[in-house]
Write a protein that binds this ligand. Structure first.
Ligand code: ME8
Length: 515
């Protein structure tokens, strides 16, 4: 008997989203990016744990519940459902969905607090300074910016208020040197470079202890032993990455996934993930995550999404109009991962029609319907290899490695670009080999050409599964690839000579703007 294969583990997280408002394309983006990586890692033989969820405590949520005339718990239950529904709508392959109001989280979070306290990293003091509820962040005077109206705001334009209250503090200042050593010894810890530079400069400038409890409202996890304090929402939120894994039970089976390989976050929250979180973990004597990667921001048709402009774009109508997989493809292809970009309907339609319907959809359709009509609907056999065959096949065989490199380097757009090079080469090959002309003159060569094309299509279909899971499942069905032979390890043996191919249909209908 062969021993079971030991698979390396990979733990990836999305930010947990605030439930004060409805989910929009920005949330979907971070989640889809994490999903692509999680799916790729599974394809590549890793045992993956993929976590997402919702951030449900804090002053911002309490205020939003009040404005909605609801009790906070009722309010967060309703809105967390909207985020769960979004996760389903975008076909997220998450292994768990954590809500910070769940008991498992509150207990784990309380245990973490106690651990920090025992380690001597927490003390009671008095906070006086600026707070922006919208950002749920404290700011120093010199971080504030003066708006055109002459009013001070946070660096993210949130209104700030002067807060004066009794508060517990975390001794962040004690971790400055260890944090700088961490960044220095692990250049990949924070990426991309713009985020890394910003964080390194922030820590070098000197760290102050941070306030980690509030007394002016009550919607939060109570501080153990001091029930008039609730934990600062970021302490509570960051803990989700371990409470979901069973912390404080270090023997919990899921704890084997800790430390996380990758925290995917928006670029506005890197300070919490790359400074506060590792410092808290150091204080609690827990291993540190391997990497924090900051994705950029989308604007929509040139505008920043905001409540005041009422232009936050939900995903469901886009999915209904364009289909989910084209939307997933567009989000991953349109802007280099880590950069900012603009979401526009025109750009989405262009990519859908040019790259999906034309380049890939037509390629698959030409090959598969030709086989259905002229090769008895069975997978053709290889023939003698020509130089052109060899070139296309070696391109296909080298593609998984290049896609792996791109994804490991967080260049998700580059992974697609590499795959499209093969799509274009396959299109050029079919034009040049013209199997339709070989049908009468050289049927064996026609079959050989079609088989080389199927080999290339297989690689394309397998590698695109993380990006467009539903459509690629359909493509692999058309190639009669068994469900258990769709990963990278099975690539060489996934196609069976002569197997019956089901009747193909179009993968990506062209989008025509309604009149
Ligand atoms: O910050 N473009 O939650 P949040 C791209 N609860 N990504 C966007 C985006 C946009 N326009 N808008 C939002 C929080 N995002 C905290 C996180 S983690 C322990 C706690 C994405 O609901 C991006 O990933 O404000 C950003 O970081 C996240 O949504 C913010 O979600």
């Amino acid at each position: 008997m062969t021993p079971p294969r030991i698979r390396p583990r990979f733990y990836i997280t999305t930010p947990i989203y605030y439930v004060n408002g409805a989910p929009h394309i920005g949330h979907a983006y971070s989640s889809i990016a994490a999903d692509v990586i999680a799916r790729f890692k599974r394809l590549d033989g890793f045992e993956v744990f993929f976590l997402t969820g919702t951030d449900e405590h804090g002053q911002k949520i309490e205020k939003a519940a009040q404005a909605a005339g609801l009790e906070p718990q009722e309010f967060v239950d309703r809105n967390a459902n909207a985020f769960r529904a979004m996760a389903r709508a975008i076909n997220l392959s998450n292994d768990d969905f954590i809500r910070t109001t769940q008991q498992r989280h509150k207990s784990g979070c309380t245990a973490l607090w106690q651990k920090l306290e025992t380690a001597g990293a927490v003390y009671l003091g008095h906070y006086e300074g600026w707070y922006a509820t919208r950002d749920e962040a404290f700011y120093a005077e010199d971080e504030l910016v003066l708006g055109p109206d002459g009013i001070k705001r946070s660096p993210y334009s949130a209104p700030v208020e002067w807060v004066r209250e009794s508060s517990f503090f975390f001794k962040l200042s004690a971790f400055q040197d260890r944090l700088l050593a961490l960044y220095d010894q692990n250049p990949e810890f924070i990426q991309p470079a713009s985020s890394r530079n910003e964080i390194v400069a922030f820590v070098r400038a000197g760290l102050r202890d941070i306030s980690i409890s509030r007394t002016s409202f009550s919607w939060g996890v109570p501080v153990p032993g001091s029930p008039d304090h609730v934990m600062y929402v970021w302490v509570d939120a960051l803990a989700n990455y371990i409470t979901a894994m069973g912390y404080p039970d270090m023997q919990a089976p899921r704890m084997a996934f800790w430390p996380a390989n990758l925290h995917l976050v928006g670029k506005e929250i890197t300070r919490f993930h790359a400074v506060y979180w590792p410092a808290m973990l150091m204080a609690a004597d827990l291993p540190l995550p391997c990497r924090v990667f900051a994705n950029g921001w989308w604007t929509v048709e040139g505008e920043k999404m905001s409540k005041s402009l009422n232009n936050a774009l939900p995903v469901e109508p886009l999915i209904a109009e364009f289909g989910l997989d084209p939307l997933r493809y567009f989000l991953m292809r349109e802007m280099p991962f880590g950069n900012d970009g603009d979401f526009s309907r025109r750009a989405l339609i262009n990519r859908l029609n040019d790259e999906l319907a034309n380049d890939l959809g037509n390629l698959a359709q030409r090959i598969l319907s030709f086989i259905a009509k002229n090769a008895d609907g069975a997978l053709p056999l290889h023939g003698l290899m020509t130089e052109a065959d060899f070139l296309l096949l070696s391109h296909a065989r080298s593609l998984p490695g290049r896609v792996r490199d791109a994804i490991d380097g967080m260049a998700l757009h580059e992974a697609l670009d590499q795959i499209w090079k093969l799509v274009r080469s396959a299109n050029a090959y079919i034009d040049h080999q013209a199997p339709w002309a070989l049908r009468k003159t050289d049927p064996l060569r026609m079959a050989a050409v079609l088989r080389i094309l199927c080999d290339a299509l297989l690689v394309i279909g397998v590698l695109l599964q993380p990006f467009m899971p539903t459509t690629m499942a359909k493509l692999l069905d058309f190639l009669a690839v068994p469900p258990n032979a769709r990963d990278l390890a099975a690539l060489e043996s996934a196609l069976t000579d002569g197997s019956r191919l089901p009747t193909p249909s179009g993968l990506f209908p062209r989008f025509v703007e309604p009149a």
